[in-house]
Design a protein around this ligand. Structure first.
Ligand SMILES: Cc1ncc(COP(=O)(O)O)c(C=O)c1O
Length: 393
């Protein structure tokens, strides 16, 4: 049996139609397949490898840390320099009250930790999420996500969770003194790239402050430079009480985090003690990789290049079959008529060397979320192929 057959036989599948492309190696903007074909990566592992695949500084940091120490003891017991250095650097680039980092293994785990922290800190039980939001696949995160078909298959879920409409002022009235937390993606990803208005996000912030509710912002997809500022919330003139991170946080290694004020975070240390624990969260190799990736992101000044790249995509992606292109920096959705059209375009592109996909809750839009290092020529190459696909499918 070849690798593809073994993959289908022995790896648990998440759908009945996996891409099942066999990748032998990846570097920069490209993945290389066993069949000798190269793929230009337009989705960065869903907003993960912001600095491209196998960035040399990240690879060196992994190798160095792997030879120094790997797992030592459950998270939180020992002083491990990769965790300390990364938490220190991250908090230097966050508002002053986001000064305490709890590292996790994934974005979903960051959601779980943030939900628990909000309940514990406020003594309240209600949590509010948004229609079409995505925060992960574990039971707590699943309870909070905003898609009924995904939630419904796994009931009963966590009680006390309500869903309201994103970017609607009237919906904010549902946030009351009973609400422990509201969790929102600053820019919605899987809903097909939906940006809130500045006025609405500020009103959400205000409503949370007025009711003593904690505002949790999820920047798994939109954080770490992708929208053209280090954090997406910077563009809205507000700050969250808790920030959740993942995806690009580990530089390509598994790493998530929830970040809050030390005074809030300390609630996890008592009554009960060890209120939130993890064996591998903040793995030293992941933290070393994430730190190297974060430093590379800052030093390469790549964030400053994003508005021009975003604009170039908009300029080039003109076609009668494109309804609109929604974007927040290099987090983009190309809105097509329907899923069959989108799927044909995606398949056409993959066949000819361009990797893209659709969104969980917006299957008729095509995803553009490349490594942030994409060049002007690569944007032109990608758009030429996308337009050619739209002419031919
Ligand atoms: C906005 C957002 N939050 C949380 C998650 C969950 O992250 P993970 O898949 O690492 O659990 C995702 C994953 O796609 C996401 O897009």
């Amino acid at each position: 049996m070849n690798n593809r057959q073994l993959f289908l036989r022995h790896l648990a599948q998440t759908s009945d139609a996996p891409l099942a492309l066999e990748i032998t190696h990846a570097e920069g903007m490209y993945m290389y397949q066993a069949n000798g074909k190269r793929l230009l990566d337009l989705i960065a592992g869903i907003s993960v490898c912001n600095m491209g695949h196998c960035h040399p500084a990240v690879v060196a940091a992994i190798q160095q840390q792997a030879g120094t120490y790997m797992h030592l003891l459950v998270y939180g017991e020992l002083v491990q320099s990769p965790q300390v250095a990364y938490a220190h650097l991250l908090t230097q680039h966050l508002p002053a009250h986001l000064n305490s980092v709890f590292f996790t293994n994934s974005g979903a785990e960051a959601t779980e930790g943030a939900m628990k922290l909000a309940k514990r800190h406020t003594g309240r039980t209600e949590i509010i999420g948004f229609t079409n939001a995505y925060h992960g696949s574990t039971q707590g995160a699943l309870s909070l996500i905003g898609d009924e078909s995904m939630r419904n298959a796994y009931r009963p879920l966590i009680p006390g969770i309500r869903h309201i409409a994103f970017n609607e002022v009237a919906a904010l009235q549902h946030i009351t003194e009973r609400t422990a937390a509201v969790m929102a993606e600053t820019v919605m990803g899987e809903a097909g790239i939906r940006k809130p208005t500045r006025a609405w996000l500020q009103a959400l912030r205000q409503r949370c402050t007025d009711t003593g509710t904690l505002l949790i912002l999820d920047e798994n997809q939109c954080g770490l430079g992708r929208t053209g500022s280090l954090w997406a919330f910077e563009q809205y003139g507000i700050t969250p009480d808790i920030l959740t991170l993942g995806k690009a946080l580990g530089g390509g290694m598994p790493l998530g985090a929830f970040v809050a004020d030390r005074l809030i975070m300390n609630d996890l240390t008592h009554a009960p003690v060890l209120g939130h624990i993890t064996t591998f969260g903040g793995h030293p190799v992941s933290c070393a990789a994430g730190l190297a990736g974060f430093e590379a992101l800052l030093h390469a000044d790549v964030i400053a290049t994003i508005p021009a790249k975003e604009q170039l995509f908009h300029t080039l992606l003109q076609h009668p079959r494109i309804q609109e292109v929604r974007s927040a920096g290099l987090m983009m959705a190309v809105q097509l008529d329907d899923f069959p059209t989108n799927k044909k375009v995606i398949d056409y592109c993959i066949e000819r060397g361009l990797l893209t996909d659709w969104f969980l809750f917006c299957a008729d839009a095509l995803r553009i979320a490349p490594p942030l290092i994409i060049t002007e020529n690569q944007i032109r190459e990608a758009c030429t192929l996308l337009l050619e696909a739209l002419d031919n499918v």
